[in-house]
Design a protein around this ligand. Sequence first.
Ligand SMILES: [Zn+2]
Length: 208
Amino acid sequence: MIGSSIIKQFVVNLKNKIQYGLTDQECIEGIEEICSFFGIPVPVLIQNVTNDPDGCTCVINKDRSTLHDDILHYNLKELKSLGVSEKLGFMAVMTHECAHRVFQDYSFPGPDNGQWEKEMVADYFMGIKIGLSGWDVAPVINALARANGAGSHPVGKVREEYIRYGMFEARRHIIQRRKGTIQEYLDLFLEYRRTHYKELREAELKIY
Ligand SMILES: [Zn+2]
């Protein structure tokens, strides 16, 4: 029985690798690396929902006061449409998802209880990680830059702006030979948003 389940897992992994460029093993390792970047525990449950027609790549925060009950879903088919076809692109998106875990209990400024800001800070931390690690994940950034805005997510132009601002701050820290804390990076995000609010408001007004 054990032998047949190992073979079954091997076949699933091979299929995923051929179709989506990633095995479950690589996905889990990638998520672990991102959790260690943020200094947070690995989600209690990580589920590959690629074969679920309603399955989306998302974090489910049950009790927002704890990081110890978070569930993480990933859908490789959906991620492929976002330009993810290898581990670095996957980890970039997982940085976004794990930022939602880190800030699940944080009150951001902005309309609709800071709904766009919650996404912007996640994109910004994606940029920080891309910049600090020197990843080339242009297909992912380009796909997000093309996104249509909605109440739930900012327009692509704003998403790209915050990813690139994160990359800029990461490079600045590398030049200064120091790694910022999550709090320092958050403060920089809030300051950037405050000083660039006029452009953001123009984009928001088209949706809200
Ligand atoms: Zn998000």
